[in-house]
Write a protein that binds this ligand. Structure first.
Ligand code: ZN
Length: 290
């Protein structure tokens, strides 16, 4: 099944739901960054959360999430755009923590103390930044807390990543429900009960449910309709040209030092782990054009 994000809205038009399947793109992130199990679960949840937040934006807007806790994983940065792309990385991809009740302990990996920073690029000169303290460090609950506290839009989220013993991602995805103001308390409380009854989103995906089927199960007796879908993928915007600029930003002195030491320099993109090789002659060429 392709990774997709699907949306529905109630016939009354006041409550909407967004759900996505991110199994393949989380597997791609694991492959690119060679993630250990704790990092795979944490980055997978953060990528899924970014895609759900990006789905609330318009046009070519994008959002960046930075989880900065005091746990062994270190900083986690993810980005996603309305068009369905996402990318991201974990500072310490091989850091691991013991299982908790047989489950991967994402909260211990991230650490209980720290911050979630949300940076939105909505096409203006200044980016919009929101900052909240980490709530449970489980990622989904932290994003819900951010939406409630910082954006004053109470939201319910369920995000999950289920790993097989060999480290591959069996299923990953999530959903988000929001009420447009004024908050429809009755519908939200009905949906929260349905969420609890439905169980983890990873089980629903593993049973073959599409994101829109999950939303239909959730909204159940509330009349609703589909409002579109977007294909999702792990996609980075890095390129040799962008890396040229990074090389050019080095001082002549640093460049000279690097070239004295080695015949070539390898530059790796943090977001996707793609490697770019700069030979001496290529660097001399870009230096000349500086
Ligand atoms: Zn990249």
């Amino acid at each position: 099944m392709k990774d997709t994000l699907e949306r529905i809205i109630t016939h009354a038009g006041n409550v909407f739901g967004i759900a996505c399947n991110t199994t393949q793109l989380v597997n791609e992130a694991c492959r690119r960054h060679d993630l250990g199990p704790t990092a795979a679960a944490a980055l997978g949840r953060a990528l899924t959360g970014s895609l759900l937040l990006a789905a609330l934006l318009k046009g070519r807007q994008s959002v960046q999430l930075i989880f900065e806790g005091n746990g062994p994983l270190g900083k986690i940065i993810t980005e996603a755009g309305t068009a369905g792309w996402c990318r991201g990385y974990v500072k310490n991809p091989h850091a691991d923590v013991p299982l908790k009740n047989g489950m991967i302990d994402v909260a211990a990996g991230i650490g209980k103390a720290g911050f979630l920073r949300v940076v939105k690029d909505i096409g203006l000169k200044e980016k919009y930044t929101g900052l909240v303290q980490l709530y449970t460090s489980e990622i989904g609950e932290d994003i819900a807390y951010y939406l409630t506290e910082s954006e004053q839009t109470p939201s319910a989220l369920n995000i999950g990543v289920h790993l097989l013993p060999d480290g591959t991602v069996a299923s990953a995805g999530g959903y988000l429900i929001q009420s447009l103001p004024p908050a429809d308390e009755a519908t939200i409380s009905y949906l929260e009960n349905e969420m609890a009854a439905l169980g983890p989103v990873t089980s629903l995906l593993a049973k073959g449910n599409t994101p829109s089927e999950i939303l239909s199960k959730l909204f159940n007796s509330i009349p609703h309709k589909s409002t579109g879908s977007t294909e999702l993928s792990f996609r980075c915007s890095c390129s040799m040209e962008k890396m040229d600029r990074a090389i050019l930003s080095l001082s002549q002195e640093d460049l000279g030092y690097l070239l004295e030491k080695d015949e070539s320099i390898e530059v790796q993109c943090d977001f996707c782990s793609e490697k770019y090789l700069f030979t001496k002659s290529h660097i001399n060429e870009i230096k000349k054009n500086k």
